[in-house]
Each structure stands twice: as C-alpha cells, then as structure tokens.
Design a protein around this ligand. Structure first.
Ligand code: GLY
Length: 364
C-alpha cells in the first residue's frame, strides 16, 4: 500500500468495512457455522483471543506443572504483554495520541469473586501483574492513572519506556498525516519505512478504529474459573481513554460453577452492554458457550442500531467485538460480530486456533 492508496482518514480508521457484507438471517445462533466443541469436559480448558497462541501454550505448561489457575492465566498473557511485536498489548503497544503507552488490565478469580484492575497505567510492561496485586493487596478493585502508577512503584515495578522504535515511528507517522491544519507534515519517505508499511497493511484498512487486546480464561481440572484481560487499548486514543478490558463485567467476568468470559474489539460498544457479565449470565441460563457469546453480541448489534455513525447502510455495526468463554464443564467457544475472527483453545489435546462463530458474514 502506498500514499496514493491510503488516505489520511484511512490511517485513523474511519474507512467503512471494505466491501459490502451479507446479513445473515435474524436467527443468528442457528445460522452461524458451529465450530467443533472445544475443551475437554472434566479436564482443564484455556480459551483466549487469536493473538494468544503462545499465551495458551505458556498457560497450559503452567497448569501441567500444577500451578494455580490464576498464576497460569497471568503467565500466559505475560507472553503477549512482553512481546514487542504485539502492538495491541503491553510493551510495544500502540501509544495514545501524545505518544504515551497507557495500559489497562484486569483479573478476576471465580473462586473468591474478587477482582483487581488498573487503567491508564504507564511504565509497566505487565499490567496484569499489577491488577492482581490490586486484588490481593488492597480492599479495592480498580486503580487508574497516577494512582495506579504509584501503587506499581510501591510494589517494585520500575518506570520503563514502553514505546519501541517501531511504535514510535508508527505513532509519528499517524501524527504527521493527521491534519493539514497543524504544524506536522509528512515527509515522502515516511510511509516507505518497513515497520510503518507492515502496520498499515495489517491495520490501515481495518474495521472502524483498530484496537487489540488479549483475554485468557482458564477452567482448571478442579473446575475453578479465572480470567485476565490486558490491552494497550484503542490505537492513538485520547489520553486517559479506557475501554472495556479492565472493567469487571465488560472486559471479563468469572464465576465458579457458571463460567468465565472476556472480550476484545471495540471497547465502548462492550462497555455499554457489560458484555462479559452478559455472556456468563447466559451460561447460567443454560446456553452453550457459543450461543451465550452470540446472544451477547446480538445485544451489542441491536443497541448499535441506535447510533447512526456506528451503523453501515444495512444497519449493522461498523466495528467488531469478540467474546471468548468457557463454561463450568470446560466447554469453550469464541464468537464475533463479523466473520473471519479466530480464537485459541488449550486443553489436554494441545493448543489450537479455531474459527469463531459470528453474526454477520463479510463478503469475500
Ligand atoms: N477492547 C479493548 C479496548 O477497547 O480498549
């Protein structure tokens, strides 16, 4: 992709979904393809987002070694948080509009129904670990911004730079192209940088505004249910913006005896529906994991109909949200608003990436 094919506005993601998409009939659960059931009932099950293949392997290894399921879940997402090439989470995440990486994370333990969360945390590569400390070392649930930073410092986390050379170049490119009305201009060679080009090829034509995240839920062999969600949030966000990921009930929810769920995708849509809690409530009602995820997505799609700027010409959401969940029996599923998403499952059989169920099918 070069400058002539990529407008300024495409870079910041206002491009509508490329090509028209075909609407499935309203009985969504009945129409979407049914991936093979994932997770071995009675054994341990891990379910995570499509960027969680290595995370699932690490979590699985930890479970095999007999570690606590929350240790395993956090060890899993730490792999993504520490990976400078995953630009959606932790170290190397895409920064806010001022070039500062602000991270959000939450953990929930279904055994105790306790949770811990941090948002807009700077300088810590592994915010999931800080979220756990909030849960275990305070009588509170959620710390944000400067307070979260001071809490992390008190617990020995150094203040590190999270901006990599790659994400610095990507951010500066975004800033240079953003407007004709400010002092920043784009040099012709900027878009030729290999890191910038790769980023634009992957995300420049994405659904609405890109944001990435990793969620990972574990159902242990004993049947305990825990979850963790961690993200650098919306690319080039307004400083202080927080999405769904660290919000208990939206970005994750875990309850022993019922299930554990989490999300990735457009956080605002999920915040407004408390989606992960909704998924777990649907599990409580006896829906299968796949049906529970699809029903929660359907609710988001229906509420989106109220906001014209988020709908395409057919009234469908111009963004994507994914849910992942595992029920008390260890069955797992992933589902998304739009076709093409994947999720990852780990169990005694190994670790594998599967196609998510969906509400709407994108045209080829
Ligand atoms: N779902 C991640 C975010 O919106 O920040």
């Amino acid at each position: 992709m070069n400058d002539s094919t990529l407008s300024r506005r495409k870079l910041i993601g206002t491009a509508a979904l490329a090509g028209a998409a075909a609407l499935l009939p309203r009985d969504l659960a009945a129409q979407a393809p049914a991936p093979a059931p994932a997770g071995a009932p009675g054994g341990y099950t891990i379910v995570t987002s499509s960027n969680g293949l290595e995370a699932a392997k690490a979590a699985r290894q930890a479970l095999i070694q007999g570690r606590d399921p929350l240790d395993a879940a956090i060890a899993g997402v730490n792999v993504a948080e520490l990976d400078p090439d995953d630009v959606t989470v932790g170290y190397g995440g895409i920064p806010n509009e001022e070039g500062v990486v602000e991270l959000d994370a939450a953990v929930m333990d279904g055994r105790t129904m306790r949770a811990g969360a941090v948002a807009a945390l700077t300088g810590v590569k592994t915010p999931s670990k800080v979220a756990r400390l909030v849960m275990e070392h305070t009588d509170r649930v959620f710390l944000v911004g400067a307070g979260a930073r001071r809490f992390a410092t008190a617990h020995g986390f150094p203040d590190e730079s999270l901006l990599t050379e790659k994400t610095r170049k990507i951010w500066l490119h975004w800033k240079n192209r953003l407007s004709d009305l400010d002092d920043w201009i784009e040099a012709a060679r900027d878009a030729e940088d290999p890191d910038v080009k790769r980023f634009l090829e992957r995300y420049g034509e994405g659904l609405f505004r890109p944001q990435g995240t990793i969620h990972l839920s574990v159902r242990s062999e004993k049947g305990d249910l825990v979850g963790v969600t961690t993200t650098s949030g919306l690319f080039f966000k307004i400083p202080g913006r927080v999405g769904d990921s660290p919000v208990v009930g939206a970005g994750l929810y875990s309850e022993n005896g019922v299930g554990s769920a989490g999300s990735t995708g457009r956080g605002e849509a999920n915040l407004l529906t408390c989606g992960s809690h909704t998924v777990v409530e649907f599990l409580r009602d006896g829906l299968s994991p796949e049906e529970a995820c699809l029903r929660a997505l359907k609710r988001i799609a229906e509420k989106t109909h109220l906001v014209p700027r988020h709908r395409d010409a057919k009234g469908r959401p111009k963004f994507n949200v994914n849910f992942y969940c595992v029920n008390a029996a260890g069955r797992a599923a992933g589902a998304a608003i739009w076709s093409g998403s994947k999720y990852v499952v780990g169990d005694a059989e190994g670790v594998r990436r599967l196609d998510s169920a969906y509400l709407y099918k994108k045209d080829a």
